[in-house]
Design a protein around this ligand. Structure first.
Ligand SMILES: [Zn+2]
Length: 341
């Protein structure tokens, strides 16, 4: 085990690997969106710092420190979090768990590492840490994690910043399949990778979110059923789906736009070969979408464009104070007009 457990992020792994085997700074700040894997990276970095013979690829996996690490019991890694019911880490906890603890020698390793969730660190807490970051005690390392821009400039200037980037779709697909998604189809994995904008934590969350799966199915169904619906169906059967899931309206509209984009791509294909090779955002729904496209040859690219305009218009209307119900129904009726002719 080593940095290999982290998919992608090649540049960061190489940089940290050369620090572990060369000049090792004592304070790091790992930043990146929520769900991008900061904790995993921090743990591996901590393991590498404590390891007796780290390589460019991280910890060795064989020394006593690594064996403790793999068992999840290396006592020289301390993780500082806020209590569940608190917004911030309490200053007295920081004093006890870090400031008074720093001078105590490590238990099994040659060093100690403090991993601190800095999203939970208020200004007072950050100020308390300043001195320890500025004049670090020998053998004491800090790894701060942050997904918000809440770090004081004085703290920033004392840490080595490590900014995690987004992941490629292939990385996310690999992560999803590894984390219990054995039955996950390539198409579905590709969709989740795309919808999570390269953030593995978000992709994993969506994968297990039955509500999201349901909403997505509904959005695709609403569009594909449009040619057969009448006005009563729209107002009394389909509109309520939007009303019920109002909190997820942004996701719903994005899903509508994605599906319309996929339909536009399919309707643009001129030959069966082209149709076969069209890459869709809803890659796992290709069969259904192709089938729709074959059955409704009367729909044109212009119709699809107008339907997408209706969605965008509703989306824009949400920011001003319009009635949700009338704006949503108006969008649905416009799409209906384009699809049902
Ligand atoms: Zn080791």
């Amino acid at each position: 085990m080593s940095f290999d457990v982290i998919k992608g992020q090649q540049r960061i792994k190489e940089r940290l690997g050369s620090m572990l085997t060369g000049d090792l700074p004592q304070s790091f700040l790992i930043t990146g969106d929520k769900g991008c894997g900061k904790h995993l990276l921090a743990e591996e970095l901590a393991g590498g710092i404590l390891c007796e013979s780290p390589t460019k690829n991280g910890r060795c996996g064989k020394c006593p420190c690594c064996i403790y690490f793999d068992a999840g019991t290396n006592p020289d890694i301390k993780r500082i979090e806020a209590d569940k019911d608190r917004k911030n880490i309490r200053v007295e906890d920081l004093r006890r768990e870090i400031i008074s603890d720093i001078m105590i020698a490590p238990h099994v390793s040659h060093a100690k590492v403090y991993i601190i969730n800095s999203d939970k660190l208020n200004i007072e807490g950050q100020n308390l840490l300043l001195k320890s970051l500025e004049e670090p005690v020998k053998g004491v390392y800090f790894i701060l994690l942050s997904s918000e821009e809440n770090i004081l400039p004085t703290v920033m200037s004392r840490v080595v910043p490590v900014k995690m980037g987004n992941y490629s779709a292939d990385d996310i697909i690999e992560i999803l399949k590894e984390k219990g998604g054995k039955d996950l189809s390539d198409g579905r994995a590709a969709f989740l990778a795309e919808f999570s904008s390269g953030i593995p934590g978000k992709a994993l969350e969506l994968q297990n979110d039955s509500e999201f799966v349901e909403i997505r199915d509904e959005m695709i169904k609403i569009l594909l059923d449009m040619p057969h619906l009448d006005l009563t169906d729209i107002m009394y059967d389909r509109y309520p789906v939007f009303e019920k899931n109002k909190d997820s309206i942004k996701e719903m509209l994005l899903l509508l736009l994605w599906t319309l984009g996929d339909l536009a791509a399919l309707y643009s294909a001129k030959t069966p070969d082209q149709l076969e090779n069209v890459k869709l955002k809803n890659a796992d729904m290709k069969g259904l979408l192709v089938d729709f496209c074959r059955r409704h040859r009367n729909i044109t690219l212009k119709n699809i464009g107008m339907a997408a305009d209706a969605v965008t218009e509703f989306s824009r209307g949400l920011t001003v104070n319009v009635s949700f119900e009338s704006a949503c129904c108006s969008m649905l009726l416009k799409i209906h007009k384009e699809f049902a002719g």
